[in-house]
Design a binder for this molecule. Structure first.
Ligand code: PMT
Length: 405
């Protein structure tokens, strides 16, 4: 049995002369143990017969979006695929994918698929070098699509240049790499990770509160990443209107005191606590029982300190390195790193993720973040601007290193 046993590959073939090579790709995939579902565009059908691919894969070849309407071929195929490979991919199909167009079975299927996608372009050099194609390819790679090639060599009509589809073996290697990058290491298997996310709200009266701009995106991304890496994850979510990531146990809270109770109730079983929530340092000393009235004048709201949950967890250990491993965040606007080092020490954390929230592309409510991870051992790791989900994995890389074996 080959190393792709149990893997379902959606093989999209589009209309270029290199479509004939898709037969070899199909054969190699089947030889490696994969189940291959070929989907041909109308253009591909003029270059390669469905019977060839059907014979090689032992599977039905599809091309018509109007066939099997009740079975929703496009949704079913898209959901079932572990990986999709378009070999060869024309400039037209690449443009459709970049624009999110869905006007045939292949493009509708790919729009419904969430699996990794490998695209092997094939076209004339001028088409490959055209600014429109370059922009479309950049869009796809920015979305995480694996674009492989094209290679240089003899093209249709005898021209020589960039635009040849990569060899079938290279396409299969790209499929393997895409599958590997989509299946992260289960390096947190057997660990329990508690993550806080969102922003606490401290009531002033029954309708008003003191709050902050945290949406929970960063903390939810960490919870999702930790679950994908095999951890048992408890997510303490403060006022976050986000869906619970798969496999994560959620505990909703509103105030800092509720967040503290939830965290302290979970800490004994935790190997790691990640405190991404923005927790209010102060709360109104008293909460008015009924709505404060404008007519009564401008109210003076006296504040009292909230407990610092991270510092409390840090103080409960005899020092860094003890369980649970503590990861704090610092949302800063002035001299972020220096303040981060101070906070790391003061709160007794093992790692502190410094967030410069004065940037428009980082911090509160953004989909991206740029952070510096400081360690109690003096380490400093900068994570360049990336999607919060990616930043989450880089933070967890540091956590895994800190946990040791
Ligand atoms: O949720 P998003 O919209 O994605 O935004 C993400 C974020 C900007 C909220 C996040 O990346 C972040 O920086 N979170 C920490 C925000 C914060 O409150 O920082 P702080 O410097 O005030 O607190 C430092 C650390 O102590 C934090 O880990 C905090 O959870 C913890 N803390 C703070 C106060 C308190 N009373 N108890 C605490 O445990």
């Amino acid at each position: 049995m080959g190393d792709l046993a149990g893997v379902r590959v959606l093989l999209g073939v589009t209309g270029g002369i290199a479509a004939y090579k898709a037969a070899l790709v199909a054969r190699l995939l089947v030889h490696a143990g994969a189940t291959v579902d070929p989907v041909l565009t109308r253009g591909a059908e003029r270059f390669i017969g469905a019977a060839t691919l059907e014979g090689l894969t032992g599977r039905r070849v599809r091309s018509d979006v109007w066939e099997d309407i009740p079975g929703e071929s496009h949704v079913a195929l898209g959901r079932a695929a572990d990986v999709a490979l378009i070999y060869p991919a024309t400039a037209h199909t690449i443009a459709k994918l970049a624009g999110g167009l869905a006007d045939d079975l292949l493009t509708t299927t790919l729009l419904a698929a969430t699996c990794p996608l490998v695209v092997a372009p094939a076209m004339h050099t001028e088409m490959w070098q055209h600014a429109a194609t370059a922009a479309n390819v950049a869009t796809l790679t920015g979305r995480g699509v694996h674009v492989i090639g094209p290679a240089s060599g003899i093209l249709m009509g005898g021209d020589v240049g960039a635009g040849r589809v990569v060899e079938p073996e290279d396409a299969i290697a790209a499929v393997r790499a895409a599958l590997a990058s989509a299946a992260p290491d289960r390096d947190l298997q057997g660990r329990t990770v508690v993550v806080t996310a969102g922003g606490t709200r401290e009531p002033i009266d029954p309708v008003r509160y003191l709050g902050n701009r945290s949406t929970g995106k960063m903390g939810f991304a960490i919870a999702d990443a930790a679950a994908r890496r095999g951890a048992s994850v408890h997510l303490v979510a403060a006022n976050a209107g986000l869906p619970t990531p798969d496999g994560v146990t959620r505990h909703d809270v509103t105030t800092a005191l509720e967040l503290r109770d939830a965290v302290l109730g979970l800490v004994d079983r935790a190997d790691v606590v990640v405190k991404a929530a923005a927790v209010a340092d102060f709360r109104p000393a008293t909460v008015a029982a009924s709505k404060l009235k404008k007519a009564d004048g401008v109210p003076v709201v006296e504040l009292t300190r909230n407990p610092d949950v991270l510092a409390e967890l840090g103080a409960a250990r005899s020092g860094p390195g003890e369980r649970p491993l503590l990861v704090g965040f610092a949302a800063e606007t002035d001299d972020p790193e220096q303040r981060g080092w101070d906070k790391l020490k003061r709160k007794g954390a093992d790692l502190l993720v410094v967030n410069d929230v004065s940037r428009s592309d980082a911090g509160f409510a953004t989909d991206t973040n740029h952070v510096v991870i400081l360690g109690a051992d003096g380490s400093r790791v900068e994570v360049a601007l990336a999607a919060k989900r990616e930043v989450a994995d880089r933070i967890l890389d540091r956590v895994v290193a800190g946990l040791g074996d």
